[in-house]
Design a protein around this ligand. Structure first.
Ligand code: PFF
Length: 451
């Protein structure tokens, strides 16, 4: 499909659009449960260090590749070197793995929104509510199907602009809400211990798993190593400062993740006692902890309903951009119409997502490497594929097109302050480090290392 490539009319437009894709369930749902599980403060510290080093270098690289070539992932790698198009293909695989399970979680958020709207807050605050919901055969599947279909209908009608506009209004509101909920949570007895757990690194809890989890989260949250930022970069104007834009997106994305942790982790201590078991709840943490907070709040039902509505919007903008990516990859390859492609993608999402949802209940016997299906897909994309794509991208830039190609692109507007650091990072530090954590991840999953 030949289409004039537009560009963002102003600098803020680019930052907001990229941030809209970056901020989603990764920040609100995934970051807090990982931080809780992997030692609180030490995870936060490792994450921040990785964000300003690896995250920064990789995001600059991806956006620069996109802006330089005006193409999305596959075309961009191919254009820069004919033999390297496969890196683009590999990157495109990632959204195919993430989208179905992203929509399963989206379905959970939708369920919680309806729970608060129908005033069942005290039921939702009980310990068993969430587990009994996700283990049912029909209910979570129905919410997932509704959520996934809504996402695809929006993509099919091409009305994401409306949703994006709405979410641009909702995003600041979401920030305000996280602040209000955090302050309320912090005022509860016991919450201060949670605050300390979250902010004070306990180096005794540091392990390779902490780094692995933080790295996977970084890719996921910033939409890196999956071709997305290359596409966004391809729409970026040459006049806008690339370095500054990356910094702004990173600050925004990390800021929201930090606030989500502040909202959830102290509340785990206040309402569930902060035991290892309570902290290690994994993907269910947000859904177990927040209803307890809302239940103890005045006007908690209304606040909870508004909150889950805002989360729903943040999730929708992300799943729309994920689904849109899948649709454009398939449309370009097969030359199908948009409508036909959307139907195919929806069938694909349902075919993978339904087993993921059932994996918590009647299909829990399917447990590859001892993980639930959701954890398995999450592991394959975040701990295996994304590091591989990132390593290949670093080698590609470091030794095929050379860091100078990226530095020149960044320097079209202004000096790239840390170009020495960038070169060393992309050539040596990042690939070696990434390879080490990738090997560790695979060995851990295969039971060769027990942590
Ligand atoms: N970065 C998003 C999040 O943190 O929720 C996930 C995501 C959205 C990844 C959109 C990729 C994407 F295209």
């Amino acid at each position: 499909m030949e289409k004039q490539r537009g560009s963002f009319t102003n600098k803020l437009g680019f930052v907001l659009a990229a941030a809209g894709s970056a901020v989603g369930l990764g920040n609100l749902w995934r970051f807090p449960y990982l931080a809780a599980k992997h030692g609180g403060g030490v995870f936060l510290l490792v994450y921040l260090i990785l964000a300003v080093t690896f995250g920064f270098a990789l995001m600059v690289t991806e956006i620069a590749i996109g802006r330089k070539t005006h193409l999305s992932a596959v075309g961009a790698f191919e254009k820069l070197n004919r033999k390297c198009g496969f890196i683009g293909y590999l990157a495109c695989l990632v959204p195919f793995i993430i989208t179905p399970y992203y929509c399963v979680i989206g379905g959970w958020v939708l369920k919680y929104f309806t729970v608060f709207v129908t005033n069942q807050v005290s039921e939702a605050a009980s310990d068993e509510f969430f587990t009994s919901f996700i283990t049912q055969p029909a209910a979570p599947v129905i919410f997932f199907v509704i959520y996934a279909s809504a996402t695809m209908v929006i993509v099919m009608l091409g009305v994401e602009k409306g949703i994006e506009k709405a979410s641009r209004l909702m995003m600041p509101l979401l920030v305000v809400m996280t602040v209000v909920i955090s302050v309320f949570g912090l005022m509860q007895p016991g919450a201060v211990d949670g605050l300390i757990y979250y902010l004070k690194p306990d180096f005794g809890r540091f392990s390779a798993t902490t780094v692995l989890a933080a790295m996977g989260q970084l890719f996921y949250s910033m939409s890196l190593a999956m071709g997305i930022m290359i596409t966004y970069g391809s729409y970026m104007k040459k006049e806008a400062s690339l370095e500054k834009s990356v910094r702004q997106i990173e600050i925004f994305d990390t800021g929201i993740a930090f606030m989500a942790g502040l909202m959830i982790i102290p509340a785990v201590f206040a309402f569930s006692g902060g035991s290892e078991e309570a902290l290690g709840k994994g993907p269910s943490l947000m859904f177990i902890t927040l209803p307890k907070v809302f239940d103890s709040m005045k006007l908690g039902t209304v606040i909870g309903a508004v909150f889950f509505l805002l989360v729903l919007f943040a999730a929708l903008t992300s799943s729309i951009s994920l689904a849109e990516t899948l649709v454009s990859i398939v449309m370009d390859k097969l030359g199908w119409t948009r409508k036909k492609t959307c139907v195919l993608i929806l069938i694909f999402i349902l075919a993978i997502g339904i087993p993921v949802s059932l994996g918590f209940g009647i299909w829990s016997f399917i447990a590859p490497f001892g993980m639930s299906l959701l954890d398995f897909f999450d592991f394959v994309s975040n701990s295996v594929l994304m590091p591989i794509v990132a390593i290949l991208t670093c080698i590609f830039v470091g030794f095929v097109i050379k860091p100078k190609a990226i530095i020149d692109e960044v320097e079209i507007n202004g000096k790239f302050g840390i170009k020495k650091f960038y070169s060393v990072m992309i050539k040596y530090i990042a690939p070696v480090f990434l390879a080490a954590i990738l090997i560790f991840a695979v060995m851990e999953a295969m039971g060769i290392i027990i942590v």
